[in-house]
Design a protein around this ligand. Structure first.
Ligand SMILES: Cc1cc2nc3c(=O)[nH]c(=O)nc-3n(C[C@H](O)[C@H](O)[C@H](O)COP(=O)(O)OP(=O)(O)OC[C@H]3O[C@@H](n4cnc5c(N)ncnc54)[C@H](O)[C@@H]3O)c2cc1C
Ligand code: SF4
Length: 394
């Protein structure tokens, strides 16, 4: 598996095996990211690396370089000017989408990008909005506070909920961060904080400051507007705006099923805590690793009845370990697999599924759709933003 973001590349000719980097990694408490193999440091848990960079800072011999992508898997990074503006004048990028991960960086960039936007929109324009902020993760949240403080005509559109990727961290994850400056409220002083406490803090700030975020609204297109600026088309609205701030992170938009009933609250696109499904009838849709991991982790919870629906005839894309787990759960009668099946509609208390040429209904309390995602780089290219693919370079 390949690391998703900025990660260390270790030069084994220089490494003296001091283990400083292993000890310094803030994720080490919950996952093994770095480990020693034959007295040299190695990235042993690449997918758990989130780019803290603490390893590089403690290496006494400069053996560590922080890079994007690997020789096998390129990572697309948009080209952004120091004022956070892209090659498309009026479109700005802040946060992890620009390549720099971590909460503090996202907050700082969101605030600074809004300062640049504020200067630009002071010039007269004919658009209804000064700025549309897309995404309410840490970057979009800080930017929305900045736009409110500067009294800009703005709208913030978020396809899911407040907090972005942080809202999807596992339950009670210990978040390691650094103080960062939020407009209106001042310094966010956390260094080590539980995920839930951080999200509660942001919700409190949202309420106290009266900022407005349009939740459950997804941006589908950004086009040149008739009054200059841009027309932003969302799942609910269109916005005529002078500028756009993309603070959409790097996780992309989960692929939807496009069936009736999908808008119900019981349908989600990620599992945060398998225990919340205890004693429920759960349908998981998909055939990749995340679908198999979701189905087996929920099936391990007390009282669950889990069905895994996949449109193909075999799990050819998933890891052998996950396929084995599915077989084990099936053998124990904890999980039912429906190959060559398609969800037709989602109802209160049930789901209609077609298996081959037969259709039927199964009892249902919750649906988890793990059908992959639409990555932001394709979206960026359609808007005309220049993107550079990094293959293991700084
Ligand atoms: C498992 C894990 C653990 C981590 N732990 C830490 C940690 O301990 N400390 C730390 O500092 N960082 C950590 N990070 C990294 C941190 O979460 C991210 O760097 C940070 O959340 C990036 O913020 P952002 O605002 O740029 O993007 P995100 O937080 O990803 O937010 C982007 C938002 O945009 C929305 N969006 C996307 N597309 C659209 C669209 N088309 N329309 C509307 N809305 C859209 C998304 O729904 C999302 O809410 C971790 C990451 C992971 C995956
Ligand atoms: S800190 Fe540097 S020298 Fe020490 S183990 Fe890590 S890579 Fe090797």
């Amino acid at each position: 598996m390949e690391p998703p973001t900025l990660h260390p590349e270790i030069d084994h000719r220089l490494c003296i095996g001091c283990t400083n980097c292993v000890a310094a990694c803030p994720e080490q408490g919950s996952h093994q990211v770095l480990g020693m193999i034959r007295k040299k440091a190695n990235l042993v848990g690449p997918t758990n690396c989130i780019g803290h960079g603490a390893c590089k800072a403690v290496c006494p011999v400069n053996a560590i370089t922080l890079v994007f992508g690997t020789a096998k898997r390129g990572v697309d990074i948009p080209l952004v000017n120091p004022d956070f503006q892209t090659n498309v004048p009026g479109i700005f990028i802040a946060g992890e989408l620009g390549g720099m991960g971590l909460i503090r960086n996202a907050v700082e960039q969101g605030r600074q990008a809004m300062e640049s936007i504020t200067k630009l929109v002071k010039q007269k324009h004919e658009n209804k909005f000064d700025v549309v902020i897309i995404g309410a993760g840490p970057a979009g949240f800080a930017a929305t506070l900045g736009a409110t403080e500067s009294k800009l005509q703005h709208a913030t559109v978020e396809q899911e909920e407040l907090g972005g990727t942080v809202a999807h961290f596992p339950r009670r994850k210990l978040v390691m961060t650094q103080p960062a400056n939020l407009p209106i409220v001042g310094e966010m002083q956390f260094t080590e904080v539980q995920k839930e406490t951080l999200i509660d803090y942001w919700r409190e700030v949202e309420q106290k400051t009266g900022i407005k975020i349009n939740y459950s609204e997804r941006v589908d297109a950004i086009e040149a507007g008739p009054n200059g600026g841009f027309m932003v088309t969302t799942s609910k609205n269109t916005y005529d705006t002078r500028t756009v701030l993309l603070s959409i992170g790097r996780r992309g938009t989960p692929r939807k099923l496009g069936v009736p009933g999908e808008e119900m609250d019981k349908v989600v696109y990620r599992v945060i805590d398998p225990a919340q499904y205890r004693n429920q009838h759960v349908l998981v849709v998909g055939g990749g690793d995340s679908a198999l991991e979701a189905a087996t982790s929920i099936a391990a919870e007390v009282g669950t009845t889990v069905t895994l629906s996949y449109r193909s005839a075999a799990f050819s894309r998933a890891k052998p370990k996950n396929r084995q787990l599915v077989e084990d759960m099936q053998a124990k009668g904890r999980l039912r697999v429906l190959f060559s099946s398609n969800v037709k509609s989602i109802l209160d208390g049930a789901v209609e599924i077609a298996v081959g040429d037969k259709s039927g209904s199964i009892a249902n309390d919750a649906v988890i759709v793990s059908a992959g995602g639409i990555l932001p780089s394709a979206f960026l290219r359609t808007i005309g933003i220049n993107v550079e693919t990094k293959w293991g370079s700084e």
